[in-house]
Design a protein around this ligand. Structure first.
Ligand SMILES: [Zn+2]
Length: 161
């Protein structure tokens, strides 16, 4: 399906109606979890992984996701949802500190209508500086050294150096 903005997308997805994306082969986040796709991982435990967003809204913008594939929050056990936000909370402290930010956003989109781009549950942790208050801005492209350095600092603050 070709969208009016020129992007080519798969079949339209509605929350709770199943996903055209099935399993690790199609899912970029499953590939990050299995380390068959490159990423800047900043935290990892048995059930969750956190890595830098490739096109961050700000330096340090991190995604936290469950290792087990599920499209939205509705596909997760409630105890795992709690665990996901527990990790996101822990990650937010390291991200804010690494970015020298004054606050942060959790953004968690479910369904294409809500701007969910990758059909694997994730929480955005977006550090915000006071001078950017009230602005969302555009996604950025940081250089590989900038991304590597940012990830290294966050990893160290997460005790995962
Ligand atoms: Zn996945």
């Amino acid at each position: 399906m070709v969208r009016t903005n020129g992007q080519v997308a798969g079949p339209y997805r509605r929350i709770g109606r199943g996903s055209p994306l099935k399993g690790a082969g199609d899912c970029i986040f499953c590939q990050i979890v299995s380390k068959t796709a490159p990423s800047n991982i900043v935290y990892e435990d048995e059930k969750y992984v956190a890595f830098l967003d490739t096109f961050p809204f700000s330096r340090g913008h991190t995604l936290v996701c469950p290792k087990e594939h599920g499209e939205t929050i509705w596909d997760m056990k409630e105890t795992d949802v709690a665990g996901l936000f527990r990790v996101a909370s822990k990650v937010s402290r390291a991200v804010v500190s690494a970015a020298g930010a004054d606050g942060f956003r959790f953004v968690q989109n479910n369904g294409e209508a809500a701007n969910q781009v990758v059909a694997h549950v994730h929480v955005h942790v977006i550090p915000v500086k006071m001078e950017d208050k009230g602005r969302f801005g555009d996604r950025k492209r940081l250089s590989k050294p900038e991304m590597d350095e940012t990830a290294k600092i966050i990893r160290a603050k997460m005790g995962q150096a």
